[in-house]
Design a protein around this ligand. Sequence first.
Ligand code: CA
Length: 183
Amino acid sequence: MKILIVEDEPSLREIMVQTLRREQYVVEQASDYASALEKIAGYDYDCILLDIMLPVMDGWAVCAKVRETSKVPIIMLTAKGDDMDKILGLDMGADDYIGKPFRPRELVSRINSVLRRCGKSQKLFDIDDIRVDLDKGVVYKDGQDLYLSALEYRLLLAFINSEGRLLTRSRLPVSYTHLTLPT
Ligand code: CA
């Protein structure tokens, strides 16, 4: 799953990036209308987190532009002072919203539920004779259930989400670093 974060506040953006990477999402970032649309033109994201108050052109402008061509799930990031009537009452093309400040857990569960609603959470990965069912959390080899510990499974997810990239030990999520990995 690849998520785009559009937020002009660097510290908040960084917290969201870290949070979502820990959850094994692939994350990219943009800070304004132009950079967001450039990213979106170049990739089909699974979900977009979109701040309303952006410099020059606001999040609604990004949302409207995206909706001309795409149904990608969009979650608006709202702040005090944003027009809640507009967010709740009208169909602006967004799928959900989350009010700042939010807890990391809340952000993750909101994303997951939007993805489920859009039928995006069901995912099967085939790697040679291995099949990973991300929805059920089950791994098959040659059609047979493969028993993996929780840690092994999470490592496998980290590899799947980093396909084609070199993963050094320091780039694995913190909880794995006590592992003695074969070198
Ligand atoms: Ca902002």
